[in-house]
Each structure stands twice: as C-alpha cells, then as structure tokens.
Design a protein around this ligand. Sequence first.
Ligand code: ATP
Length: 333
Amino acid sequence: MTDQDDVVIEVAGATKTFVQRRRGERRLRRERVDVAAVRDVSFTVRAGEIVGYLGPNGAGKSTTIKMLIGVLTPTSGRLRVAGIDPARQRIALARRIGVVFGQRSTLWYDLPLRDSFALARHLYRIPDDRFQANLRRFVEMLDLGPFLDTPVRQLSLGQRMRGDLTAAFLHDPAIVYLDEPTIGLDVVSKAAVRAFLAETNRENGTTIMLTTHDTADIEQLCRRVLVIDHGRLGFDGELAVLRERLGGDRTLVVDLAEPLPALSVATPGARVIRVDGPRQWLAFPATASAAPLVAEIAARYPLVDLSIREPPIEEVVTRLYTSGAPTPRPAPD
Ligand SMILES: Nc1ncnc2c1ncn2[C@@H]1O[C@H](COP(=O)(O)OP(=O)(O)OP(=O)(O)O)[C@@H](O)[C@H]1O
C-alpha cells in the first residue's frame, strides 16, 4: 500500500467565499461584500489519524467542516473524502462519516435515547449483529445504561453528548468530525468523551477531525494539529513542533538537598522564577536543550531530583493567534 492509498481526506486549494450584505458608508443601501471564509486551504489526512483543527472564532473551521460533509460547495478547489466528492455525493458520503456538533444534537428530543439509536440503525441499514455489538460496547464505555429509556430532552448536557457520540459511531464510520465535543461538559463527562474518542480511534482505526477551543482535548487526543486563521492554514504539523516553535519557556523544577537562595546560573536564557524551600523553578527557552542547565546545576549545587514542564498548550495557542500565522509547513510525510 502506498502513502496515497492511506489518504482519506484530501483538500486541495479549497476556497469558500460568502456574499454578505452590509450597510454601506453612507448607510443608503446595503452593499454586497465578499467574505473569504476559507482561502486556498490544502491538507490531507490519513486513515487512523486524530487531527485537531484549531483557530480563533470566525477563522473558517466550521466552513471547512461543512465543505467536507458536503453541506457547502467550495467556491473553488477540490475536496475528496473517502474518495468521494462531498458536495456531489452527499448521500453516499453519509454512510462513511459521522458528525457531532457539541452545540446541536442529532438525537430526537422527544424520544428515549434507545429509539434514536434504533432510528440510526434503520437509516444507515446497520446489520443487526454489528448494531448490537456496537451499542453494547458504546453504552458500556460511555456509561449510558441508566439513561437509555430517558427522553433526550431530560438528559443533562454531558449525558446527551455521550448519546450523540454513540449515534455518530454506530454505523462504523471511517471518518468522524467533531465540532466542540466537550463544550460545556463537566470534568467527568469531558474525560469520558476523550477516552471514548481515543479508544474508537485505536480499536476501530476511525479517522477523527476535531474542532475545539479546549486545549486539553488537543493535548490529550491530537498529535497533529492544523491551525487556521482568517481563512488561511497557518500551521500543519505535530503539536510538539508547534509548541517548540511558539512555546516561549519551559520550566526546570529542581529539588535540592537543602533550602538555598535563588540559584545563580550562567546558562543563557535561564533564570529562577520561584523558590519554595528546597524546590526551585527555573525558566529556560523552549527551543533550548535542558542538558546544559541541568549539568550546570548538578555540578554546582546539591541536586536531589528534577523534572521538566512543558509550556501549557493554552499559552502556545494564544501566542499563535496573537503573533500572526507562523510559516506554513507542509503536512508531515
Ligand atoms: N452562511 C454564511 N454567510 C455569510 N458569511 C458566513 C457564513 N458562514 C460563515 N460566514 C463567515 O465566514 C467566516 C468564517 O466562519 P466559520 O463559521 O467558518 O468560523 P469558525 O472558525 O468556525 O468560528 P467559530 O470558532 O466561532 O465557530 C466568518 O467571518 C463568518 O462570519
């Protein structure tokens, strides 16, 4: 199998321009304004990847996903999902994909959860053995047993989201798009959603594209991220690379044999930022190796233990959005 055979999502030079009507300068009449929501975006996703699709509000994330599921037709460019042109063969594509929008439910509000699943089975013509096996597994993983007979409108947001996830995965889709799947959930539900996504990706090889503003989702699920801003793809690569490029400082935490005043270190860019008894925190550039700093401290002070902390991903993403788009980088091979 060649690398190309593995590609399940292909976006080549996709552009989507909306016409918006705005009041003109002299407020006499509304003017037509072209808004390029997505501009010349290209990327590919391989089978089995979990990709985080990030960007500030209005960046073009939803527009991209809507083109990928065939709801919007691109103004120009080419999209292929599982070999299918989404806008032209939306129905054929529906069998291959699942979609979860955190803010909107695909479940039937007046029906018990179980009936929404039965409808999905009917709609997607899921073979009975497959349906039963998937349902059993997902209900167990997401702890949905106690709610199966509850009408959806009586479910909490977290219970409803777990129901939506089940509905999206029941027909064994090859690709699932999730738009803010953990928005508004408590920590327990967030953890359940993330564990479910990680497991279905691992066990079923489901390709997952995840739009989120929750940096813990990214941290825990996505090795690769795409960052879009003002409709343009600004970064495509590993989260670790993004962090390295924009991360600012890492922190070396050292435990000394005794409490000491702030250590005086000569390693360029390193400085003590906090002292608490025998423990001290030293910031040093994320792009630098920790080795010289560790060696210096070990040689000059009674070092007992150490650990290195990466900059929080929140900080990295904020930096990315506020610093302008970094140099585009081709998708990793
Ligand atoms: N149907 C539409 N008609 C006109 N303009 C639109 C339409 N849909 C989106 N836009 C515009 O396109 C741009 C991108 O919107 P999009 O919804 O794709 O952003 P987003 O990255 O998903 O944002 P958010 O994080 O807020 O959901 C915005 O400027 C938005 O106003």
